[in-house]
Design a protein around this ligand. Structure first.
Ligand SMILES: NC(=O)C1=CN([C@@H]2O[C@H](COP(=O)(O)OP(=O)(O)OC[C@H]3O[C@@H](n4cnc5c(N)ncnc54)[C@H](O)[C@@H]3O)[C@@H](O)[C@H]2O)C=CC1
Ligand SMILES: CC(=O)C(=O)O
Length: 320
């Protein structure tokens, strides 16, 4: 009998419901279960999505459920918790969202879940680590969305600047999904040409200041969107669907996720945004790029900031 893919989304707020909508439109999972503290909201979303089934690419089962539904899930996506208010950083959310995650992850594990966790709630790198810690699952089966969205934002900016389809732009943002992230210019290519070479070759058209400006646009994008509409959700929802597909279709796709980094990039025991090969096993491997000296320093700074923020959180929950 053919395997029926089940995805459970926990937290059907702006991000979770946009993810559910994108998943349905792209015909990705066979079964989609919506769980939220706000049961009325999740039930309403399930009804609403079911009414779109007649227009979806394939028939799907969607329902409003609970933690017991996680038992046979292939993927549990966590998008529950507080989002940033204007002026707040992602790291400011660490205490309240870790507390929420402890409850959620424990309930998921009580169900007998033995699949892959996909985490999007901020601060995503730290909450991915805590999900790993709370669940006891192997590191490859706990994945954060990391810098998948930031990388997409950079590809969009570069595609616009060089007037090339962003799908033909390869460039990564690494590090914290947050203010200390970095652009990996040493490995950025547009239509097969190194971005740094294009700048040198066509100084009348392109310049380094524009690259710096593009990175600032990427790094600060969430603040700008939150100031305008209170939340960002479509971009990350599509990034999460991309990750879901890479897992369920065993793609070996290279995506910048929050992956477990140990004895790579000079780091130990940390979840952070890195390019990784994603397939049915989760993260098959973290790719270690040969970074420039400046990029190494920036990555290290980002890693140290995450470690410093995470240390009291880990200590608190390990003591409990
Ligand atoms: N990783 C990324 O690139 C991105 C991450 N985010 C993050 O995603 C998270 C969610 O953001 P939004 O959807 O905008 O927030 P939201 O407030 O719209 O939705 C959060 C949902 O979580 C639910 N919830 C809270 N506690 C829960 C619990 N214990 N169990 C089950 N459900 C619970 C709430 O009822 C609500 O429906 C935030 O932390 C935000 O910062 C947002 C955009 C991009
Ligand atoms: C909110 C958030 O993390 C983002 O849009 O990047």
């Amino acid at each position: 009998m053919e395997h029926v893919n089940r995805v459970v989304v926990i937290g059907t707020g702006a991000v979770g419901s946009s993810y559910a909508f994108a998943l349905l439109n792209q015909g990705v999972a066979d079964e989609l279960v919506l769980v939220d503290l706000d049961k009325e909201k999740a039930e309403g979303d399930a009804m609403d999505l079911n009414h779109g089934l007649a227009f979806a690419p394939a028939n799907k089962n969607i329902w409003f459920g609970d933690y017991a539904d996680c038992q046979t899930a292939d993927i549990v996506v966590i998008t529950a918790g507080a989002n940033q208010k204007p002026g707040e950083t992602r790291l400011d959310l660490v205490d309240k969202n870790t507390k929420i995650f402890k409850g959620i992850v424990e309930e998921v594990m009580v169900s007998g879940f033995d699949g892959i966790f996909l985490v999007a709630t901020n601060p995503v790198d730290i909450l991915t680590y805590m999900t790993w810690e709370f669940s006891g699952l192997p590191v490859n089966r706990v994945i954060g969305s990391g810098t998948i969205l930031d990388t997409a934002r950079l590809r969009y900016q570069l595609g616009h600047y060089f007037d090339i389809d962003s799908r033909n732009v390869h460039a990564y943002i690494m590090g914290e999904h947050g203010d200390s992230e970095l652009p990996v210019w040493s490995h950025a290519t547009v239509a097969g040409s190194q971005v740094t070479n294009l700048i040198k070759k066509y100084p009348e058209r392109y310049n380094e200041e524009s690259l710096d400006e593009m990175f600032i646009q990427v790094r600060d994008a969430a603040y700008k969107i939150i100031a305008k509409k209170g939340a960002t959700h479509y971009g990350i929802a599509m990034g999460l669907v991309r990750l879901t597909k890479a897992i369920l279709h065993n793609e070996n796709a290279v995506l910048t996720v929050s992956g477990y980094v140990h004895q790579k990039y000079g780091q130990e025991d940390l979840y952070i945004g890195v390019p990784a090969v994603v397939n049915r096993s989760g993260v098959r491997e973290v790719i270690e790029l040969n970074l420039s000296e400046k990029e190494k320093e920036q990555f290290n700074h980002s890693a140290q900031l995450l470690k410093k923020t995470m240390a009291p959180v880990i200590a608190k929950y390990r003591d409990e």
